[in-house]
Design a protein around this ligand. Structure first.
Ligand SMILES: Cc1cc2nc3c(=O)[nH]c(=O)nc-3n(C[C@H](O)[C@H](O)[C@H](O)COP(=O)(O)O)c2cc1C
Length: 135
């Protein structure tokens, strides 16, 4: 007999200005993931099948808290997808995303510019991304 088990997901993020938070909340809402703001505490992510990890970009790099989370949890991070809020929306955005994804050892990564304005907008990069996560 085949058994289907619901994928247990965690959204783990840090956001200074609110954009990463907006994306995090949208992903959690769409996927039923547990939502963890690193400003509150360092979550225990053992037992999660899929981590959606989010950070803003500040001076070309991720938030310190997200970096601390990755350093502390590398072994517990199985399947991980990175989402990034940033101001660049061109090759500079591609480059800085690539750099952060490489630092964190995450292959699946996407960035969003003006993400607050994309929430619930059909066809936006963010909504397209979210719909791919739930398929
Ligand atoms: C101090 C500071 C430095 C920033 N440096 C960059 C940068 O190097 N590249 C970039 O694309 N965006 C940069 N930004 C824009 C932020 O990445 C953008 O506002 C993003 O939405 C922040 O995420 P948050 O709203 O979750 O804090 C910077 C913003 C601040 C405040």
């Amino acid at each position: 007999m085949l058994r289907y088990t619901a994928m247990k997901r965690a959204v783990v993020f840090s956001s200074k200005l609110g954009s990463t938070r907006k994306i995090a909340e949208r992903i959690a809402e769409a996927t039923g993931a547990d939502l963890f703001d690193l400003a509150d505490a360092m979550p225990d992510v053992s037992g999660y099948d899929w981590i959606h990890l989010g950070t803003g970009i500040y001076a070309g790099g991720p938030s310190k808290r997200v970096r601390e989370f990755v350093d502390a949890n590398r072994e517990k991070m199985g399947r991980t997808s990175l989402f990034v809020a940033c101001m660049f929306d061109d090759e500079r955005g591609d480059k800085q995303l690539e750099k952060v994804a490489k630092e964190f050892g995450v292959a699946d990564a996407a960035y969003f510019n003006k993400s607050k304005k994309q929430v619930y907008v059909p066809g936006s990069k963010l909504e397209e991304y979210v719909s791919r996560l739930v398929e």
